[in-house]
Design a protein around this ligand. Structure first.
Ligand SMILES: [Cu+2]
Length: 668
C-alpha cells in the first residue's frame, strides 16, 4: 500500500525519472495462428500471443521500444500504470500512433507494484492478439508466502476480422445469437410457463436477456484453450496466480471445485486476503489469488464465459484434479423488470452484509485495502448514465457518443466522484486511464482501489478518485465494441488546452470512429416476389434504397434519408416510384419502434393523406420466425422463415398480390 501512496504523491508533481533503466523491445507484426481449426492471421507482439511478460521492480525506469511491422497504425497502452500522460499510449489523445515501419520509445518511472497488462489502443486490434502482462515487484520482498508465481492471461478469440464483427453487430445486435446458441424464442417462454414474461418483455421491446455480444471461436489462457502449469508443483504448495482478463468482450467467472481461492490483490493493489469460491472478472480487471495444490496433486480451474458459450481450462500440478464446473447457461428468459435487481447475477453490487457470509463468489464489498486511503479536496460530482441498446448497437454515456460529447473538466486537487447508472441490460467494465479510484462499497477508508469497475445490468456504482495528474485521460467501457461505438469520454484537467494536431491527424487516419457508417443488405427471392434493400447508417443518420416486385406486376422502388431522434424514433424524407402509375411520390414520415417490438411507420404523401404501416416479427422457435406487415393502402404480407444463421433463411410467404410462394432470403 505504501508504494501506492508514494505513487499518488509522485504523480501530483512532474514525474522524475530515476532508478535503474529496464529495457524491452516489442515488435507488433502479423502472425499465422490456428486456435479453432481454422488458419487465420493474428496480430502478435514479438510473435507470441500473449506478448512477453514485462517484469519491473518499483524504482526502475521502463524504457520500451515498440516497433510497428503491421501495414496499419499501432499503439500500446500500459493498463493500470500511473505514468506521465504522454506515455499512456492512446493515439490522438496522448501521442501520435506508431506508423507502419516506425518505432516509438516509451520511457517512464515504475512507481507501484502489482499485476498489470498492456494492449493495443488502436481500433479493435487488441482482439487480434495484441496484449501481454506486466509484473511489477515491490522493492522489498513480498511478505506473503507462496512457492510459485504465475501469470494467467485470459482472452477471447474470433476467427473473423474484428472490424467485420463490429459491422455484423451493427446489422443486428443479435447477429451472433445462433453462434452462441442464445436464441430466445416464444417456444422457450412457453416451455418455462412464462407467457406473461414474454408479453411484458416484448412490451419493453426486448426479446430476452443479452449477456454478451460476440460469438467467439475460442477462449484462451496464455494463448491456450487447455493450459497446463507447473507440473512439478506438489500437494500443499501455494501458487500465486496473476489473473488478467484481456478479453475484448467476455466476462469470465473463475471457478474450481476444490480449495477456495484466496484473493490478495485486485487491479494490482493489495487487498486484505479473502477466501472466495469464484470470481467474476470484467474485461481489463486483474486479480491475484493464492491457490493451494490439493492432496490429489493437481487443481483444475475454469475461466467460464458468463454467457455460457465456452471456457478456458487451467490445470496446475500433476495428478487427478477434481474437474472445475463447466460454464452454465444464463437464464435468458428473465423478466426485464428494471427494478428487479435480484433477477441479475449481482456479483459486484455491494449490498451491506450484516453477517459474515459463507465462502461465496467475490463481491467488491468483500475487498478491503490493507491500509486506510483518504482523499481530500473540493468535491466534484459527475453523473453518467450508461446508455445503449442491442437493437441499433449504439453505446454511449448519457445518450451521447464520445465524438459528440464535451470533455469532462476537472481541476487538480479535487476529489472527483463519478456515479454510474447503468440503464442497459448488459454489464460494462469501465476503465479510467492514469488514476486509481475507490469503488464506494461500504468499507469507508478501506473501500477497494481499482482502475476498472464492473457495473452490472441496471446497477448504480459510485467511484471516487484524487485528481492529481494533468492533461487529458481516456475513460471508457472496456468492451472494445462498446468503446468503439462511442461509450467513452475524455477527462480533461481544466488548465490544459489540448493539442489540435491530434484531432487533425485522427481525421486523416483510418481509425474506426464512433460516427462511422455501416452497411446492411437484405435480399429476398421468392417464387412470386423479389426484393432488395441496402442500408448505410451511422449512430444518427441512415440512407436506404429498396426495390420490390410483387406478383410480377406491381413494382416499386423507394429511397429514404433517415434521421434518428432517439433510440426508438427516426424521421425520414423519402421518395417512392410505382411502375403501375409510373410516377414519383414524396414522403415525409416517422418510424417508431413501438412497445411489443412493432415497427410503426407513418407518412404523409403528395396526396396529403396520412398513411400508416406496421411490421413485426416473432421468433416462434429457435429456427422459425414469423414476419407480418400491413399498411393503410391495403398492402399486406406474411413470411414464415426457417433459419439457422443470421445471414440465410428459407421460407414460405404470401402478400396481397401473390399466392403462397416459396423462397430464400439473405442478409449480408
Ligand atoms: Cu460496455
Amino acid at each position: 500500500m505504501m508504494q501506492f501512496f508514494i505513487a499518488l504523491i509522485a504523480l501530483s508533481v512532474v514525474l522524475p525519472s530515476w532508478g535503474e533503466e529496464k529495457f524491452y523491445s516489442l515488435t507488433v507484426d502479423t502472425l499465422p495462428v490456428n486456435f479453432s481449426g481454422k488458419p487465420v492471421q493474428a496480430m502478435a507482439i514479438n510473435q507470441t500471443i500473449p506478448g512477453p511478460v514485462l517484469e519491473f521492480t518499483v524504482g526502475d525506469t521502463a524504457v520500451i521500444t515498440v516497433t510497428n511491422r503491421l501495414d496499419s497504425d499501432a499503439s500500446i497502452h500500459w493498463h493500470g500504470l500511473l505514468l506521465p500522460q504522454d506515455q499512456d499510449g492512446v493515439p490522438y489523445l496522448t501521442y501520435f500512433p506508431i506508423k507502419p515501419g516506425k518505432s516509438f520509445t516509451y520511457r517512464f518511472p515504475i512507481t507501484h507494484a502489482g499485476t498489470y497488462w498492456y494492449h493495443s489502443h488502436t481500433n479493435i486490434d487488441e482482439q487480434r492478439g495484441q496484449y501481454g502482462a506486466i509484473i511489477i515487484h515491490p522493492k522489498e520482498k513480498d511478505p506473503r508466502q507462496y512457492d510459485y508465481d504465475k501469470v494467467v492471461q485470459l482472452s477471447d478469440w474470433t476467427d473473423e476480422d474484428p472490424r467485420a464483427v463490429l459491422n455484423n453487430l451493427k446489422k443486428s445486435g443479435e447477429w451472433y445469437a445462433y453462434k452462441k446458441h442464445s436464441v430466445v424464442s416464444l417456444q422457450g417462454y412457453l416451455e418455462r410457463d412464462k407467457f406473461d414474461t414474454w408479453l411484458s418483455n416484448r412490451w419493453q421491446r426486448m426479446e430476452g436477456m443479452d449477456v454478451s455480444d460476440v460469438g467467439y471461436d475460442a477462449f484462451l489462457a496464455n494463448g491456450q484453450q487447455q493450459l497446463q502449469l507447473l507440473p512439478q508443483a506438489k500437494a500443499g504448495e501455494k501458487v500465486r496466480l496473476r489473473l488478467i482478463n484481456s478479453a475484448a468482450s467476455s466476462y469470465f467467472s473463475i471457478e474450481q471445485s476444490d480449495q477456495p481461492f484466496i484473493v490478495i490483490a485486485a487491479d494490482g493493489i493489495d487487498v486484505q486476503p479473502v477466501k472466495v469460491k469464484s470470481l467474476l472478472m470484467g474485461m481489463a480487471e486483474t486479480y491475484d489469488v493464492i491457490v493451494t495444490i490439493p492432496a490429489s496433486g493437481a487443481v483444475n480451474i475454469h475461466a467460464n464465459n458468463i454467457d455460457g458459450s465456452g471456457y478456458a481450462a487451467i490445470t496446475i500440478g500433476s495428478g487427478q484434479a477434481v474437474p472445475a464446473p463447466l460454464p452454465s447457461k444464463p437464464d435468458l428468459y428473465q423478466a426485464m423488470d428494471h427494478s428487479n435487481h435480484s433477477a441479475h447475477s449481482s456479483h459486484h453490487t455491494g449490498h451491506a452484509m450484516h453477517h459474515q457470509p459463507a465462502i461465496r463468489a467475490l463481491s467488491y464489498q468483500q475487498l478491503k485495502t490493507t491500509s486506510p486511503v483518504k482523499f481530500s479536496g473540493p468535491l466534484r460530482e459527475i453523473k453518467l448514465d450508461l446508455t445503449g441498446d442491442m437493437e441499433n448497437y449504439n453505446w454511449s454515456f448519457n445518450n451521447t457518443i464520445l465524438s459528440n460529447a464535451d470533455k469532462i473538466k476537472i481541476n487538480r486537487g479535487e476529489v472527483v466522484r463519478m456515479t454510474f447508472n447503468n440503464t442497459t441490460m448488459m454489464r460494462h467494465p469501465l476503465h479510467l486511464h492514469g488514476h486509481f479510484f475507490k469503488v464506494i462499497s461500504g468499507n469507508g477508508d478501506f473501500d477497494v482501489i481499482k482502475h476498472t469497475v464492473d457495473v452490472g445490468p441496471m446497477a448504480t456504482v459510485t467511484i471516487e478518485f484524487a485528481a492529481n495528474a494533468e492533461k487529458d485521460w481516456l475513460f471508457h467501457c472496456h468492451n472494445l465494441y462498446h468503446a468503439k461505438t462511442g461509450m467513452a469520454r475524455v477527462l480533461r484537467y481544466s488548465d490544459y488546452q489540448g493539442n489540435p494536431a491530434f484531432m487533425k491527424a485522427k481525421m486523416a487516419s483510418n481509425e474506426i470512429m464512433d460516427t462511422d457508417g455501416y452497411w446492411r443488405t437484405d435480399t429476398s427471392l421468392y417464387s412470386d416476389y423479389i426484393s432488395g434493400k441496402i442500408r448505410y447508417s451511422n449512430y444518427r443518420y441512415a440512407l436506404e434504397a429498396e426495390a420490390e416486385r410483387s406478383g410480377w406486376e406491381e413494382s416499386e422502388a423507394e429511397v429514404a434519408a433517415l434521421y434518428r431522434i432517439d433510440q426508438w424514433t427516426q424521421l425520414y424524407l423519402g421518395s417512392q416510384y410505382e411502375w403501375e402509375d409510373s410516377d414519383w411520390e414524396y414522403q415525409l414520415g416517422v418510424r417508431y419502434h413501438a412497445p411489443f417490438n412493432i415497427e410503426l411507420d407513418s407518412w404523409l404523401n403528395d396526396d396529403k393523406e396520412i398513411h400508416i404501416g406496421f411490421e413485426t416479427s416473432f421468433q416462434l422457435t429457435t429456427h422459425w420466425q414469423l414476419e407480418l406487415e400491413a399498411d393503410s393502402e391495403g398492402e399486406h404480407g406474411g413470411f414464415l422463415q426457417w433459419r439457422n444463421s443470421p445471414a440465410y433463411a428459407i421460407g414460405i410467404g404470401k402478400t396481397d398480390d401473390t399466392d403462397i410462394m416459396l423462397g430464400i432470403s439473405a442478409t449480408f
